[in-house]
Design a protein around this ligand. Sequence first.
Ligand SMILES: [Zn+2]
Length: 278
Amino acid sequence: MMRHVLCALLLAGVSASGLAAAPDLHGRWMQGGLIRGQTEPGAQVWFNGKPLRVSPAGDFAFGLAYEEGPAAELRVRLPDGSEQRHEYAVERREYDEQRISGLPQKMVTPPEAALKQIALDNQRVAAARARDSAHADFAGGFDWPLSATVSGVFGSRRILNGEPRQPHFGIDLAAPKGTAIKAPAGGVVSLARDDLYYTGGTIILDHGQGVSTTYLHLSRLNVKPGQRVEGGQTIGLVGATGRATGPHLCWRANWFDTRLDPSLIVDGKPVSKGERRP
Ligand SMILES: [Zn+2]
């Protein structure tokens, strides 16, 4: 009962006396957001009941899903055994609806012969996203991978030739073929392949603790799996490989299999179509 009262106080933004301060958090409590936190070294942290990895320096991270909320819970147990529980309101989003008609049927339904490759691609991508690495490159924040006009936003509900599909979980950045793509933060290359069925030249960077970013349709890959990259390093070039209608970078971000909005991670606010970033 007491626990419940404390929780309600915290949700209202009132700090109760005798409680340790909430951990230091960066990021927006919005669907698709990434929260980066810092607590005392040696503390344990749970997000919605899931234990998180905490770096030796006290860094941790977690993502807010596409349809997260309306509230989320963070629990911290400090090395002295004291426990804090905080509840946060998650901002709800209105996602665009994108109707595309008149697409060649092969772009909407893959041919039988491609199904095996698609299944293998999905396995490889899932394995890269599942990595729970000890490094904490996410802790320093993220930059845009290139300068471009936004041509597609996170979360658009897609209706292709009249059939509802998985929402678009990337940000499309319209840039000419051959534009350099820079790592938005340090990390380790967890996938680099030039032959994925839908996404063509594809790179996934592991920024630690399940935080990853993905780069699709590249015309060239400059990195290899297992390679360490620093923020600002060119990892590949923009292209239109795979099933793309023209040259652009489809940029994605994940916390494990939770889809995140890259613009929230960089800017703290969602971008709009036609906007130039950065
Ligand atoms: Zn895209």
